[in-house]
Design a protein around this ligand. Sequence first.
Ligand code: ATP
Length: 189
Amino acid sequence: MLNIVIFGAPGSGKGTQSARIVEKYGLNHISTGDVLRAEIKNGTELGKTAKGYIDNGQLIPDALMIDILASVFDSFKDSKGVIFDGFPRTIAQADALKAMLKERGQEVSVMLDLEVPEDELMTRLIKRGQECGRADDNEETIKKRLVVYHSQTAPLIDWYKKDGKYCHINGLGTMEGIFADICTAIDKL
Ligand code: ATP
């Protein structure tokens, strides 16, 4: 199986590029943000818990996310592969993902880090907030999410470098150009 982690700050384009990867390579998309938004929409207990964290720009606790991830991943077993979008976001989640895949005789194939400058992230997220009405895409929450990204999520860059899975992608440019760079990285696998 291909197990691709797509990584980057909020607004780096993980969701957009994941959709293209899914279409071209026939992979399954696991977006933890989408899973949580669906729970919120359906008014489940999990959704109620998640909403409090998301609206405040915070991460959902690791133990909860790790359980969710394992059950979603198992629903795709024996498929061509999976793209992890929005997971892992902490070192504990990266450790858990590695252990979970190992138990299933799998490993992460590559971690694609979409790098985008901070001012561009702000512009994109504010625009998305205005267009899609996503409650967490307002200036105050975006700033909190970026702080959380730098403190809790960015350390994963070194974690994946040490694990030998890191691949840098320039996340600035046309969507086609960025996707072409992603395909070059995937085709090497
Ligand atoms: P994109 O690059 O697609 O714009 P994003 O970072 O803006 O991504 P999502 O990935 O959709 O947004 O995540 C939205 C929110 O859901 C996060 O701010 C966080 O509160 C919660 N969340 C999603 N994934 C996780 C996770 N793995 N661990 C903890 N919380 C998570």
